[in-house]
Design a protein around this ligand. Structure first.
Ligand SMILES: [Zn+2]
Ligand SMILES: [Zn+2]
Length: 345
């Protein structure tokens, strides 16, 4: 079968190669036929060498849906032919961390697919702990509807929970990209007061506006961000999510947060950031980082099925799997305008 692998020794760092179809190794495995996948910014981070734990030669891809093709003896809740969404974190449900809901840190799993073990940018993929991490889709939820459940939608939801905000709160989201937009959607469901979308890309702000994801739209390249925030929330934002990972966005989060608020950081930085502790001291801020614990996939599928969340608009381009190298080029080079790409099989 064909698969896209990370190869740090080749020019493009990724390669479309022929490999053997995966086999069941453990009783908890399922072999999935991939029907739709997407490219995540983390795939690009691996390609650029920013993810040291990524294994050279691994099949990339961790955002996908598929159809169950083979089932290990220990998997009782799935059968051949089931259409499923996939959690990008495979977890055992038994270790110290899993028992506390911290599946991202599962000592037997976590984010392995498309990083440490072969992922989904291939015709078939082996899923460990399949009974815990594959979710049957209701008939009214399409593959496209469910594509982001196990990764960016979970990240947006997790990030929103992290902020600990309530209905009176005005929440600022730095980064109106796919994760930022997923967070805006879930904050709407939580019913916060006002949502402030911040991005330097006007097109992304425009999409957020057209979709009604936020109430205010600010481009920090064009205005004084602190002043603009204070027009909406006089003491600063009641919660700030950093989903951009830009050069100055960590600092921006600290500047626009009101004293005693929480900053949730879900951005994946490409370099170290400076923590301005003297400025932070009197602000009594709480910082949280993630590393999504994707434990709400079933609830998210339910919300999609009830038409309360729809992420289809995030898919702005479509490529066939055989043209996936082109899709990567596209995603990497025009990524500010391309939100998400779907790969069809
Ligand atoms: Zn991802
Ligand atoms: Zn575990």
């Amino acid at each position: 079968m064909k698969a896209l692998i990370y190869n740090k020794d080749c020019d493009k760092k990724i390669e479309l190669v022929e490999i053997e179809k995966p086999k069941i190794i453990s009783d908890s495995d399922v072999i999935l036929k991939v029907t739709l996948s997407s490219i995540c910014t983390s795939d690009i981070h691996i390609k650029k060498g920013f993810v040291p734990r990524a294994k050279n030669g691994v099949v990339l891809g961790h955002e996908f849906v598929g159809i169950v093709d083979e089932v290990g003896n220990g998997v009782k809740n799935l059968k051949i032919g089931d259409r499923v969404a996939v959690n990008c974190e495979t977890f055992c449900n038994e270790c110290y961390f899993c028992k506390r809901g911290f599946v991202n840190n599962c000592i037997n799993g976590g984010w392995e697919l498309g990083c440490r073990i072969n992922g989904a940018q291939a015709e078939y993929v082996r899923i460990p702990y399949a009974g815990n991490v594959l979710y049957k889709l209701p008939n009214n939820v399409t593959d496209r509807n469910a594509l982001f459940v196990g990764d960016i939608l979970s990240s947006g939801y997790f990030a929103s929970l992290m902020l600990d905000v309530n209905k009176q709160d005005n929440v600022a989201i730095i980064g109106s990209g796919p994760v930022g937009m997923c967070a805006m959607m879930t904050l709407r469901i939580f019913g916060v007061n006002k949502i402030i979308a911040i991005d330097i890309n006007e097109k992304r702000l425009e999409i957020a506006k057209n979709k009604g994801l936020a109430d205010y739209f600010i481009n920090p390249d064009k205005v004084d961000i602190e002043k603009e925030i204070k027009k909406i929330a006089p003491y600063g934002a009641d919660g700030v999510m950093e989903a951009a990972g830009g050069k100055d966005t960590f600092n921006m989060a600290i500047k626009i947060a009101r004293p005693n608020s929480t900053i949730g950081i879900v951005a994946m930085y490409e370099e170290n950031q400076i923590f301005p502790l003297p400025v932070c001291y009197g602000k009594n801020l709480t910082y949280k980082t993630g590393g999504v614990d994707a434990i709400h996939c079933k609830e998210l599928i339910q919300l999609i099925s009830e038409n309360k969340i729809n992420t289809d608009f995030l898919i702005t381009k479509s490529y066939k799997f055989e043209n996936i190298l082109e899709a990567y080029d596209d995603f990497e080079n025009s990524k500010l305008d391309t939100l998400k790409i779907e790969i069809t099989y």
